[in-house]
Design a binder for this molecule. Structure first.
Ligand code: NAP
Length: 292
């Protein structure tokens, strides 16, 4: 069994974006991402901080916009309209989830597609479904990148493989199914969700098993086929009173029992997370290269 080191894989993408950023700066363009955080959700705050740190490390500017939890939808929409028109801003990221009184889809739809570096706008989603050029959502794109790297370096073929995805969200499971089923990847896809009758019957068929349910240790070793590639997308906070922060992060996969069956497995943290950030950096540089 090999642990897939997401940090090392992400480093290659980060170096590439750093070089492209330096080239843009020589032409007088500094890539810039506007990062909008509404409210004080601790997980969102930590994701935003991590993204801004990564942006700074490769030389991308970020415009940090923090709004209180009671900000109205109207105020957010007028902020987005300003950012859409701002030639110094190449990408716009609104950290999700938003407070309940704000309609996420209305906010996402308001972002100019050419600045939609999260790849959540309906135009970006449509382009992805049709296999056209456009921004791809960072987590699914990062997972495809990881799987292609494993394929490139090791005796493993994505083409014809059966990929079972647990989770059908608009940001992970569903787009991942679309990307993996494209001819360029050529996997066969099963998507599971809470309506799936017998989850382990499905997961046991997986050559590639991707867990994106947000449920700690949902996948245990007895649900995994021998030799499967296991990608754990889940990031769950499990309360541990003795831990420094009072919690520890764990995935959707029970690592110890699954590692005994898997050929490759991603850890949490240090697996999918760093790849998600690397793909965001790449999208921002793509946006800056295209111009505003
Ligand atoms: P989400 O919107 O809550 O979707 C979860 C999906 O999992 C839903 O489709 C749900 O089914 C399904 N599900 C939940 N429990 C299940 C069960 N017991 N059996 C089968 N299916 C089940 O979550 P998300 O935004 O996709 O995120 C999933 C996880 O990935 C979270 O832990 C999140 O923190 C993490 N994440 C990590 C990254 C990263 O970069 N590492 C990025 C994004 C998300 P229904 O549709 O039927 O409800």
């Amino acid at each position: 069994m090999t642990i897939i080191d997401g940090k090392t894989m992400a480093q290659k993408v980060r170096e590439d974006t750093q070089q492209r950023t330096a080239a843009l700066k020589k032409k007088g363009v500094t890539p810039c991402l506007a990062v909008v955080l509404v409210g004080e959700d601790p997980s969102s705050l930590s994701y935003v901080t991590g993204k801004e740190k990564a942006l700074a490390e490769v030389g991308i500017d970020s415009r940090d916009i923090r709004l209180t939890a009671n900000t109205t939808e109207e105020v957010i929409l007028s902020l987005i309209a300003r950012l859409n028109a701002d030639k110094g801003v190449h990408g716009i990221l609104v950290q999700l989830p938003l407070p309940r009184h704000i309609r996420e889809s209305v906010v996402i739809d308001a972002i100019a597609p050419k600045k939609d570096v999260d790849g959540f706008h309906p135009i970006s989603v449509g382009n992805m479904v049709l296999g056209k050029k456009g921004f791809l959502p960072c987590t699914p794109n990062g997972i495809v990148y990881m799987l292609k790297e494993i394929e490139r370096k090791l005796a493993f073929s994505l083409s014809g493989a059966h990929a079972v995805i647990v989770g059908r969200s608009n940001i992970v499971g569903r787009p991942l199914g679309i990307l993996l089923s494209q001819k360029s990847v050529n996997a066969t896809i099963t998507i599971c969700h809470t309506g799936t009758r017998n989850l382990s019957e499905m997961t046991l068929q997986a050559d590639i098993l991707i867990a994106a349910a947000g449920k700690p240790a949902l996948i245990t070793g007895d649900m995994v086929k021998n030799g499967a590639v296991v990608i754990d997308v889940g990031v769950n906070r499990v309360s541990v009173p003795t831990a420094k922060k009072g919690y520890r992060l764990c995935g959707d996969v029970d690592f110890d029992s699954t590692a005994k069956k898997a050929s490759f497995i991603t850890p949490v943290p240090g697996g999918v997370g760093p790849m998600t950030i690397a793909m965001l950096l790449r999208n921002v540089v793509d946006a800056a290269e295209m111009g505003t």
